[in-house]
Design a protein around this ligand. Sequence first.
Ligand SMILES: [Zn+2]
Length: 339
Amino acid sequence: MDIFGFSIQPGERLCRYIKVGELACFSDIRIPLLVARGKTAGPTLWLTGAVHGDELNGLWAMRRFFWDLDLEKLRGILVMTPLLNPLAFLAGNKVSQVDYLDMDQQFPGNPRGLYSERIPYIVFSELKQKADYVIDFHTLGHPYSATPYTVSKIVAGASEETIAKAFAMARVFGVYPNCRVDVASAKGELPGTTSGALDILCMQHNIPCFMAEMGGGGRWDDEAINIAYRGIKNVMLYLKMLDGEYQQPGRQLIITSRGFLRSNSGGLVRMAVNPGTFVKAGELLATVYSFWEELEQLKAEQDVFVIGTRFQPVVSSGDRLAFVGYEWQEMDWGNGNGE
Ligand SMILES: [Zn+2]
């Protein structure tokens, strides 16, 4: 078994940097790789993080999980590429300042392309050959707070089995809100859902994949980190990569339509709601103020589930105030997951 050309034996851990480019100041651009191989054979679960450079909680959960893992109990291989976008990470931003491209819209990448196209090419070329399952860690951007949630997609070209497995993995991850996005009908719902996203490319290669969205960006959120840690473990129990029974999730919210609510004014926002709550039609979501006026009251036009809210109070017209679910159903485990 080798990964990115590094060989790894049963019962070993491997930590290496992969060179993915060079800077004008003659330094290499590198991304970290962590691999743990169990003593017995099994599937390969690949975890990715920080394809958006300010989305940090997943990578700390990975780091903790990797060093806590008992290789005697691991079946198969756990691969982590926790930091896919080092220049955006350096800038503390979603995208890098070399090409301003959303790296999660560039998969499968281009070996002769821009910075944000080359890393997807290097990583995806290896991942598509080696991974049986993928979890892609994100957060909302650094101006937002959010309740942890998952996203699994229905992708044309993926088998029914792949779609069902990705959905089941997302639910076993264990958080209450789970977005289920039909890519064919979700065009324009969110940037990045329709092409070039890592999870969509994985699904098209019949590698079940979901996105774990772990709170807000640009800072540690220990609750989200702990949820991510338990989520990785429960998915591995579910995939029989660890001994023991996985914990069946309780009743979950399956969100099938979502969107952003935006400010129409420029000023200072005070949010009236918290992430992870239901808001009824007509209830106040946020108020935007100038220094002597109330400029705008944003009220829910229909019942919504609040996934994320603005954390950073300075807003211009068009800025996002909240990310909400519009349509959902509650589902018990055993319903619609092929179990
Ligand atoms: Zn992201």
